[in-house]
Design a protein around this ligand. Structure first.
Ligand code: ATP
Length: 214
């Protein structure tokens, strides 16, 4: 999308965050929002918000703020909210099961449509309304799916990744600790929850936040 190309990546990353908040305001019947209100709600400083929003073509007016309807329309269009993106989940363990139950339906255009596992006790069942197929059926079932969530054991991650890519997947949300290798053109976002937790605790200890600030 040409409009989206002009948005810097750092701004683009905040889009879903803004969208969720603006959508909630819309549901509450609010017509406008100030950058200060936005800033407090999404925890992004108001200078950054003003700069981000100028990329969206939204110019806040003094004493008025931003038009909620305009922003919502912009975010819907930019994030392709009208077009649902089907997602597959591989590995229905503890984490995978939690995602299937959660299923990202709130204010979101992504939906896990199918899941795969190697365990015969899980295959053929459904969790959160999502059917679980055998991993052997991956290539056959994946035809429409371009995005996948990876929650398999570490040792399986690379092999499954290669099969996903061969089946046309171009984006992987990797929850395994494996640093998977992918060809150019495939996007991997890596979320290692135990590393994140460890990092949080480390920062809490070594970089305590200045509580006098507020
Ligand atoms: P989690 O890591 O989500 O807490 P867990 O500890 O319950 O899960 P793991 O051993 O990490 O289980 O496996 C995650 C899931 O991946 C399990 O449901 C397992 O059956 C499945 N799995 C293992 N190997 C494969 C494979 N080759 N293909 C698909 N699924 C697999």
């Amino acid at each position: 999308m040409s409009e989206q190309n002009k948005i810097p990546q750092a701004t683009a990353k905040r889009l879903p965050l803004y969208y969720r908040f603006i959508n909630n305001l819309h549901i509450q019947g609010k017509l406008r929002v100030s950058s200060k209100e936005l800033s407090e709600a999404v925890k992004v400083d108001s200078a950054t918000i003003r700069r981000d929003f100028s990329y969206f073509g939204a110019l806040g007016k003094k004493g008025y703020g931003y038009n909620v309807e305009y922003l919502l329309e912009f975010f819907r269009k930019t994030l392709d909210q009208d077009e649902k993106t089907p997602v597959a989940l591989i590995g229905v363990g503890n984490l995978g099961t939690a995602f299937l139950n959660y299923n990202f339906t709130k204010n979101n255009n992504t939906k896990i449509e199918m899941a795969f596992d190697a365990d015969p006790n899980k295959v053929g069942t459904e969790i959160g309304g999502v059917p679980i197929y055998h991993i052997d059926e991956l290539e056959q079932k994946l035809s429409e799916v371009q995005a996948a969530i990876l929650t398999v054991p570490l040792a399986e991650a690379q092999n499954i990744t290669e099969r996903l890519i061969k089946s046309g997947v171009t984006g992987i949300l990797n929850f395994t600790p494996a640093r998977i290798t992918v060809p150019e053109g495939v996007r991997v976002h890596h979320i290692d929850l135990s590393v994140e937790l460890q990092s949080l605790v480390y920062f809490m200890k070594h970089y305590p936040l200045d509580t006098d600030e507020e």
